[in-house]
Design a protein around this ligand. Structure first.
Ligand SMILES: NC(=O)c1ccc[n+]([C@@H]2O[C@H](COP(=O)([O-])OP(=O)(O)OC[C@H]3O[C@@H](n4cnc5c(N)ncnc54)[C@H](OP(=O)(O)O)[C@@H]3O)[C@@H](O)[C@H]2O)c1
Length: 374
């Protein structure tokens, strides 16, 4: 992801930069008279009309910046009629970007290293800051707690372009490398979000919990109320993204709720509080769940077995981003706004959640659980 050098404060690499846990933050102390008059950033967003992009666009506009969008014109085309839309394809179709002029670029839609390499090469001489949205899936080992220095995943054949559950993380790790080599570490910001959630999420991985709660009745909850989980509210990610652009915050950051701050029991309480549902939660132990083969992606999204191979996904250190200014809103607000958004959606979207246990699967598991404990 790219950021701009022209900002609120007159800054330069000489002007004042502090290294906080491996990231660079402007702390210019130049006298007031040397401060450049504020002017909006000209921000190019690659992929501004999906889920996370629109939140970033709105936040940037709210703060007075100018935004151009680059995408194929297939997704939510009518969303920002007043913005410049450059139509093109990251796969060999970047012509619309040629000759453009921006201060910074936010790259939301980079999954294929070749595509990211192409856009970073083209934009490196044009912008002064590249901000790349990566993912915590880049890491190579999820069994232990993770910080930004944890080794990244690799793939044998680096030319693979098909995004699968297996290739997604290592491909994103390669994309990061491509940006760094084309743009340079002094002009690149890499954000690694965990499960992004909140209004507009198309995966329903977080949404499942409050929405299923709203239906009421007996509900299966995996593990224990003490099991840790992590999310990032899309609005907090958007705010931090624009902070990075404005303040030229450089470096690599996990963007998550603070490790240990959010547990399955909190998710249940949040879900109950925002739905006022008549719910009977049944906590089903981890061994039973594991034997049923329904882990995070198989029907119990976001939750991970605390002793399993992916336990580290719930123990990601976010302190570097917090020190750089990332603020996480109360998770109850995320639950409240997710439910409010959900209620605005048409029936064809809400009649079946895209993640979580289906009605029959859940009933079947609960029955087996009760039989086991009878
Ligand atoms: N969802 C999560 O929980 C999660 C967690 C961690 C990281 N992430 C990261 O967050 C980003 C995903 O954000 P998202 O869900 O908002 O977006 P997305 O669905 O991946 O991308 C959608 C945007 O990209 C554009 N786009 C897609 N393919 C394109 C192409 N070939 N050429 C040009 N534009 C293209 C789309 O517009 P058109 O269709 O009109 O082209 C749209 O504006 C990814 O980088 C992902 O790795 C997501």
């Amino acid at each position: 992801m790219n950021n701009d050098r022209r900002r609120f404060l007159k800054t330069s690499l000489l002007g004042g930069a502090a290294v906080v846990g491996g990231c660079t933050i402007d702390v210019s102390t130049e006298p007031e008279e040397n401060v450049e008059p504020w002017r909006p950033l000209r921000i190019l967003i690659l992929g501004g009309t999906g889920f996370i992009g629109p939140h970033m666009v709105r936040e940037a506009l709210r703060r007075g910046h100018e935004v151009s969008l680059f995408n194929r014109g297939r997704t939510n085309n009518e969303m920002f009629p007043d913005l410049e839309l450059l139509v093109g394809d990251r796969n060999n179709g970047l012509e619309a970007l040629e000759g453009g002029s921006w201060d910074v670029v936010v790259d939301n839609s980079g999954y294929v290293p070749r595509h990211v390499d192409d856009s970073a090469r083209l934009l490196a001489p044009i912008v002064s800051h590249y901000l790349y949205i990566s993912t915590i899936s880049v890491y190579g080992d999820f069994s232990k707690p993770i910080d930004e220095d944890t080794a990244l995943g690799t793939m044998e054949d680096e030319t693979v372009e098909e995004v699968t559950g297996e290739s997604y993380g290592p491909m994103k790790a390669l994309c990061e490398k491509r940006v760094l080599s084309q743009v340079g570490g002094d002009r690149t910001t890499i954000l690694r979000p965990t499960y992004i959630c909140g209004p507009g999420d198309r995966t329903d991985r977080y949404t499942y919990w409050p929405v299923r709660t709203m239906r009421g009745g007996e509900m299966l909850w995996p593990g224990t109320p003490e099991d840790e989980i992590q999310i990032i509210d899309v609005r907090d990610l958007a705010n931090f993204t624009v902070d990075c652009l404005e303040q030229k915050i450089i470096g690599t950051f996990n963007t998550v709720t603070p490790a240990g701050s959010f547990k399955m029991g909190d998710l249940l309480e949040d879900s109950l509080a925002v739905t006022a549902a008549d719910l009977m939660p049944t906590w089903v132990d981890t061994d039973f769940i594991t034997a049923q083969d329904v882990g995070a992606e198989g029907g119990l999204p976001i939750w991970e077995s605390p002793a399993g191979e992916a336990a580290g996904l719930a123990k990601v250190d976010g302190s570097r981003a917090a020190a750089a200014g990332l603020r996480n809103r109360p998770t109850r607000e995320t639950a409240r706004d997710t439910i409010s958004w959900w209620k605005t959606l048409p029936l064809e979207r809400t009649e079946k959640l895209r993640a979580g246990l289906g009605v029959e699967k859940e009933a079947d598991m609960l029955q087996k659980w009760h039989e086991k404990n009878a």
